[in-house]
Design a protein around this ligand. Sequence first.
Ligand code: ASP
Length: 347
Amino acid sequence: MKRIVFLIFLVAFSQCKSGETNPSPTSNNKIAIVIHGGAGTILKENLTPELEQEYKKKLEEAVRTGYKILQNGGSSLDAVEKTIRVLEDSPLFNAGKGAVFTNQGKNELDASIMDGKSLKAGAIAGVTTVKNPITLARTVMEKSEHVLLAREGAEFFAAQNGLELVDPSYFYVENRYQSLLRAKEKEKIELDHDDKAEFYDPTIKDSKYGTVGCVALDKNGNIAAGTSTGGMTNKKWGRIGDAPIIGAGTYANNSTCGVSATGWGEFFIRNVVAYDIAALMDYKKKTLEKASQEVIQKKLTQLGGTGGIIALDKKGTIVMEFNTPGMYRAAIDSNGKLTLGIYKENE
Ligand code: ASP
C-alpha cells in the first residue's frame, strides 16, 4: 500500500516538475514541426545551385533546432520561438537581419506568436531596433496584458524587459536595399505613364517575399504558431501586414490546428486566412488538408491573393499549401522524417 502511495506521489511530482500540471487531453506524445521561409515567385532558374544549398542548409538547421527542443520534452512555444530566431538571424530571409526596406529606406519588423493551449497571443508591429521580434512578441504575450504593441511603445517595452536591442543598421543587407531601389524605379516609371495612378502601390505585389514562420506540436499535445517578417518591399505610410495580426498571419488552437502564413498580407488579413482554416475544421469538420486547400487554392486565389501557409493539427498532420511558384519550407514529421522544399514540385 505504502508503495502505491509513493508511486502516485512520484508521478504527481514529475508532472509538476515539467510545468505541465494540466496535460492536454489530446496528448498522444507525437511531436512534429513545420517551417516556412516565405512564398513567392521562387523559380529554379533564378537561384544558383549554391544559393539553393544555402537556403536548404539554413531551413534544415532551423527545423532541427525546434525538433530537438520538442524531442527533449520542451514546449511548442519554445520550439517556435527558437526556430524563428535562427531564421531571423539569417540574412537569407525577410525577417530580422535581412528584412526588406520601407519606402523611407528603413526596416520595420512585425511578428506574432500564439499558444494553442491557452489561446494567449502576443504580437508587435513596426519595430526597428529589436534584434529578435519573435521574442518580443512572446514577451508581450507573457509579460503584458495586451496582444499587439507597435512602434516606439513596443521598443520601450522591449527595453524594459531586457531584450537585445541593436542599431537599425544591423538589419541592412545590400540585396534587399537594391530591391527597394528597383521597386522605386519601377513605381516611378509606372506613375509617369499613368495619370490614374492607383492609390494602392502596384509594385508591392511583385516585391520579394521571405517572411518566416513555424508551427510545432509538443509531447503534451500543445500546438504553437509564430510568424516574423519585414513586410513588403517599398511599404509606405506605416503599413502593417498580416504577420502580426492574430487570425490572419498566425493562429493556434489545440483543438483544431496551428497556422503561419506568408504572402501578400492585405489578402491574408481580408480573408482571415489562419483562423479560417481552423474554423473550417471546427465548424465544418474538415480535415486540415481540405481546409487549407479550400482557403488557399479557392478563397485566397479567387480574390487575387498570393502566398501560402504551413500548418499542423493535433495528430501531427503537416500541411504546406501555397499558390505561388515556390515556398521555402521544411518539416520533421511525427516519425522523424525530414522534408525540405523550395519549388512547387517537392525538391
Ligand atoms: N505577409 C507578409 C506581409 O504582407 C509578407 C510575406 O509574407 O512575404 O507583410
